[in-house]
Design a protein around this ligand. Structure first.
Ligand code: FCB
Length: 450
C-alpha cells in the first residue's frame, strides 16, 4: 500500500536528508562576512573614517547606539578566525576589503599597510586550503568622498575603479573571485532614499543617481580587475527576491510589478541587458538618473558570475508589503520562504539570456540565540539553512547553473542599523570577551560538509 502523504517527502524531510554529494561536483560551500561588520580597529594602520563611522556617531541612527569601532575585533584576531573557518570544513570564505584602509583619502595615494592586512588574510586562507572570495565594496565608503556627494557624485565611480585596481594589483590571481559591489540596492535606495543606512539621506533622485554611479563604478572597475587578476573570476553581488502580488486584484498585481522593477530589474536589466526597465523608468519620472552616452555599454560588461544574496520574498499589495497569514519569520521579521530561492533562480534563467553562472553569496537568518553553557541551540537556523540549500538544489536540478553557496554569516557581527542586537552567525560571539562558540548550526554545517 502506498501512502502519498508519507511517500512525498516534505520540504523539511528533503532538507534533513541532504548531503553535499547531492550537489554538482566542484560546487563551492562557504561562509561570508564584511569588513565594517567584523574588523573593528577603526583607527589603525592608517584607516580613515568611513560613512558608517560618521553615521554611527549620529544619535538615533543605530538602535543600540553602537558602532563597528571594535565589532568582532577580527583585525587583531584574524588568525584565530581563519582557523575557525578551516575547522568548519568550508571550501571558501567571502570577505570584503575596506576602501578607507586602502585609499584613506578616497581617491589618491594607496596605503600599503591597509593592503598588507588583506594580503595576510588571503595568504592565510590559501595556507589553510580555503579559497578567498573578495568583495571590493560592502558599503564602507571613505567619509571624505561623502563630503563631495558620495555616490551621487559621478567622480566616485572613477575613484572606485582606481581603488579596485590597487586591490587587484596587490592580491592578483590569488583571489578566487572579485565582486565589485555588494547589494547596490542597499547602498543606493536604503542609504539615500529610505535613509536607514549611511549616509542616511531621504531623497529618491539622489538614490537613483547613486544607483547609477554604483553600476557605472562596476563597469569601470571590471576591466581593472581583469587586467591585474586575469585568472580570477570577476562579477557583482545583488540582493534579489521575488516580489509577489498579495492578491489577484489588478492594483496589487501592478504594485508587485512596480516593486519588482525597483528592487530587481532596476539592477539586473542594465547589467544583463544594457538598459533600464522602461516601466520603472516611466514611474520615477523626473527622479530618473543622469545617464551619459556610453554608460550603459560600460555597465553591460560581461561578468564571470552573478552573486545573489537571498533572504526572503516580498508579498506586495497596493498599500505596500504584507506578511502572509501564518508566515514564520526570523528575528528581523523577514518571512522564511525557501521556495522563493527556487523561484528566483528559475526566473533569472528564464528572463535573462545573458545570465552568467550564479553564486549564492549570502543566505541566512537572525534568531535571538542564547548561550547555555558552551552550547548555543539554534535549530531554526539549521532548518533555515538546510531548507534553503534544498531549494537551491531543486533549481540546479532544473538546469540553473549555480556554482556555490555562502552562508551569512561566519559569526555574529555588527548588523548595521540594528547594531549587535541581531545575530546572524553560525558562530556565536560573546562581545564582552570576544569568545567564539560554534552554534549547533555550525556543527550541522560542518557535518554536512564532511
Ligand atoms: C545583507 C548584507 C549583509 C548583512 C545581511 C543580513 O543585506 O549584505 O551585510 O547585513 O544583509
Amino acid at each position: 500500500m502506498t501512502n502519498t502523504l508519507t511517500d512525498t517527502p516534505t520540504p523539511a524531510a528533503r532538507a534533513a536528508a541532504l548531503t553535499r554529494r547531492d550537489f554538482p561536483a566542484g560546487f563551492v560551500f562557504g561562509v561570508a562576512t564584511s569588513s565594517y561588520q567584523i574588523e573593528g580597529a577603526a583607527h589603525e594602520d592608517g584607516r580613515s573614517p568611513s560613512i558608517w563611522d560618521v553615521f554611527c556617531a549620529q544619535p538615533g541612527r543605530i538602535s543600540d547606539g553602537s558602532s563597528g569601532a571594535v565589532a568582532c575585533d577580527h583585525y587583531h584576531r584574524w588568525e584565530q578566525d581563519l582557523d575557525l573557518i578551516a575547522a568548519l570544513g568550508v571550501d571558501a570564505y567571502r570577505f570584503s576589503v575596506a576602501w578607507p584602509r586602502v585609499v584613506p583619502t578616497g581617491r589618491g595615494p594607496v596605503n600599503p599597510a591597509g593592503l598588507d592586512f588583506y594580503e595576510r588574510l588571503t595568504d592565510g586562507l590559501l595556507a589553510r586550503g580555503v579559497q578567498p572570495h573578495v568583495t571590493l565594496y560592502h558599503w564602507d565608503l571613505p567619509a571624505t568622498l561623502q563630503d563631495q556627494g558620495g555616490w551621487t557624485n559621478r567622480d566616485t565611480a572613477y575613484a572606485f575603479a582606481e581603488y579596485s585596481a590597487a586591490v587587484a594589483e596587490r592580491l592578483g590571481n590569488r583571489v578566487a573571485s572579485y565582486a565589485t559591489l555588494n547589494e547596490p540596492w542597499c547602498s543606493s535606495v536604503l542609504s539615500y532614499e529610505i535613509g536607514e543606512h549611511a549616509p542616511g539621506t531621504r531623497d529618491r533622485a539622489a538614490a537613483l543617481s547613486a544607483a547609477h554611479h554604483l553600476l557605472l563604478g562596476h563597469g569601470l572597475a571590471m576591466p581593472e580587475i581583469r587586467r591585474h587578476a586575469p585568472q580570477s573570476q570577476a562579477g557583482i553581488v545583488l540582493n534579489l527576491g521575488p516580489q509577489e502580488s498579495a492578491s489577484d486584484r489588478p492594483e496589487d498585481i501592478l504594485a508587485a510589478r512596480q516593486a519588482d522593477g525597483r528592487f530587481n530589474r532596476w539592477f539586473l536589466d542594465p547589467l544583463l541587458r544594457g538598459e533600464y526597465p522602461a516601466d520603472t523608468w516611466a514611474d520615477v519620472g523626473a527622479d530618473a538618473p543622469p545617464v551619459q552616452d556610453g554608460d550603459l555599454e560600460l555597465i553591460r560588461v560581461p561578468n564571470d558570475f552573478l552573486g545573489v544574496n537571498y533572504y526572503s520574498r516580498g508579498v506586495i499589495g497596493a498599500q505596500g508589503g504584507v506578511l502572509p497569514e501564518g508566515a514564520s519569520v526570523t528575528d528581523m521579521g523577514w518571512e522564511i520562504h525557501p521556495q522563493g530561492l527556487t523561484d528566483l533562480m528559475l526566473r533569472l534563467k528564464a528572463d535573462y539570456p545573458a545570465l552568467p553562472p550564479i553564486y549564492i553569496t549570502e543566505n541566512g537568518a537572525a534568531f535571538a540565540d542564547e548561550r547555555s553553557g558552551d552550547r548555543v541551540h539554534d535549530p531554526r537556523r539549521t532548518e533555515f539553512l538546510s531548507t534553503h540549500l534544498s531549494a537551491l538544489l531543486q533549481a540546479t536540478q532544473a538546469g540553473v547553473d549555480v556554482r556555490g553557496y555562502f552562508a551569512w554569516s561566519l559569526m555574529d557581527n555588527f548588523e548595521w542599523a540594528h547594531g549587535y542586537q541581531k545575530r546572524f552567525g553560525l558562530v556565536y560571539v560573546d562581545y564582552a570577551t570576544q569568545e567564539r562558540l560554534l552554534k549547533d548550526s555550525a556543527l550541522w554545517y560542518q557535518a554536512f560538509l564532511k
